[in-house]
Design a protein around this ligand. Structure first.
Ligand SMILES: Nc1ncnc2c1ncn2[C@@H]1O[C@H](COP(=O)(O)OP(=O)(O)OP(=O)(O)O)[C@@H](O)[C@H]1O
Ligand SMILES: [Mg+2]
Length: 444
């Protein structure tokens, strides 16, 4: 018997003596307190039995009559029950907590079982530990075919290096941003998935990876359709630009020739006025040419994004009087759809500045940040309340919507910083490859 149990047994004996001496309430309180102390010290019910037994034995040894003996036994019984009350209460609490835990576990189990996203866990040696039922619906595999197996054969070979890198990152306890991987289905086709992964922790130790994967086939299809639509639109714009440049341009050139002939037949007074008309015609011709180049700048294909944006800014500047500067560099050449998207976005942003901002200055800036290219268009105009514009119904413009859609098609993001009276900054970020051709090389 250890010192703690012995100490408590002495206290218990004292309480029993008090009880027998008629100080019932005080003794019961002592017994209850004794139970609490025992519980706090981590003693169990068996220790309580030992304590009670020892106290009772000490008291019984002093008993002289049978009547006294049975009184002592009754008193000991009351005190014993009282000292066990804290244990009983704690036991009930444990039962309640267990029931709540069980219920919460059941709730989470239901969530996982009925989730529309795949929820999986991986062990630290790259094996699949669990998969929820929707894995079967999405991929056509049965879960039993993969649980316990290594995960890499499920990942598209081209995506595997990235998948392994992210797996290691998560095992180091970091949370990577969302990522996309293609997953092998039973039919042999690959399914595009969007993944979010975090480390699985048990007793402060990382024991694996917990991930959620969403089937983004529909989104990818919509993006692809949008990309094709944009390409078709670009083709149509190219056709209109050429018609404007070639056909309207040639018509105007013919008018020039006819007017030059007429001038010869007119008296000096009338011919001077016709010269004025010819001057206006030259201006129209110039504007038409500029507009057709802006519509589909061959400069974009030939020289790249920055020269094309400079050309665009120059045209807008001349037409509107805005002071526009182009800063920074987009770096290496980007895929054609990305360059076209950025060009159109800057074009719409400048149109918005001229139409809505009452600005005097605009700065267009390109910044390369790792695998992202950021392009911002900042004006010093009136600014606007973004959320209010987004919430506008019916009369909503198409410009910002179009910018967002173009960005979706090339995997980019849009951020607008604007407050009334302090100007507007439109920031778009698009993913770019690490390599690529030089910025000013023509596209083949
Ligand atoms: N640079 C800016 N300065 C001030 N307000 C702006 C600016 N850009 C956009 N806005 C506000 O945002 C609204 C939405 O712009 P958005 O380009 O989507 O449509 P829109 O220009 O009105 O019409 P659309 O582009 O279809 O011709 C504009 O009506 C305007 O109120
Ligand atoms: Mg607009």
């Amino acid at each position: 018997m250890n010192a703690e149990v012995r100490g408590l047994a002495t206290q218990c004996g004292r309480a029993l003596q008090d009880y027998l001496a008629g100080r019932g309430e005080v003794a019961l309180q002592q017994a209850y307190e004794l139970g609490r102390q025992a519980l706090a010290k981590g003693l169990g019910v068996l220790d309580m039995v030992t304590i009670q037994h020892r106290a009772l034995l000490t008291c019984l040894l002093k008993v002289q009559t049978a009547k006294e003996g049975s009184r002592t036994l009754r008193a000991a019984n009351r005190l014993f029950v009282e000292s066990l009350l804290p244990f009983e209460m704690s036991h009930r609490r444990v039962q309640e907590t267990n029931a709540a835990l069980l219920e919460s576990e059941q709730r989470y189990r239901n969530l996982v079982e009925t989730a529309r996203d795949v929820i999986y866990t991986l062990s630290t040696d790259g094996k699949i530990k669990s998969l929820n039922p929707v894995f079967e619906t999405i991929t056509g595999w049965s879960r039993a075919e993969w649980i316990g197996k290594e995960f890499p054969p499920l990942v598209h070979p081209d995506d595997l290096p990235r998948a392994m890198e992210l797996y290691q990152v998560v095992l180091e306890g970091k949370v990577p941003p969302m990522f996309e991987l293609r997953i092998l289905s039973k039919s042999g086709a690959y399914i595009p998935g969007e993944f979010q992964a975090t480390s699985l922790v048990q007793d402060a130790q990382i024991v694996g990876v917990l991930g959620v994967a969403r089937d983004i086939t529909d989104r990818k299809r919509a993006e692809e359709a949008l990309r094709r639509l944009n390409e078709a639109l670009e083709e149509e714009i190219k056709r209109i630009a050429h018609a404007l440049h070639d056909e309207a341009g040639q018509l105007l050139a013919s008018v020039h020739i006819v007017l030059a002939e007429i001038v010869l037949d007119l008296p000096p007074h009338a011919s001077r006025r016709l010269e004025d008309v010819r001057g206006l015609l030259t201006k129209i011709e110039e504007q038409l040419r500029h507009m057709s180049h802006e519509l589909r700048p061959t400069i974009l294909d030939d020289l790249g994004l920055r020269p094309a944006v400079e050309f665009l800014a120059d045209g807008v500047s001349r037409r509107t009087g805005l002071v526009i500067s182009v800063e920074g560099s987009p770096g290496k050449r980007l895929p054609s759809p990305t360059e076209t998207a950025l060009y159109r976005i800057v074009q719409e942003a400048l149109t918005n500045v001229t139409r809505h901002a009452q600005a005097t200055r605009v700065v267009i800036r390109f910044v390369r940040e790792g695998l992202l290219l950021r392009c911002s268009v900042r004006d010093d105009g009136a600014g606007f309340d973004g959320p209010a514009v987004q919430a506008r119904r019916g009369s909503r413009g198409l410009g910002l919507l179009g910018i967002q859609e173009r960005l979706n098609a090339v995997g980019g993001t849009l951020n607008i910083i604007s407050t009334p009276s302090s100007g507007t900054e439109l920031i778009v970020s698009v993913p770019v490859e690490a390599g690529g051709a030089d910025a000013d090389s023509p596209r083949r």
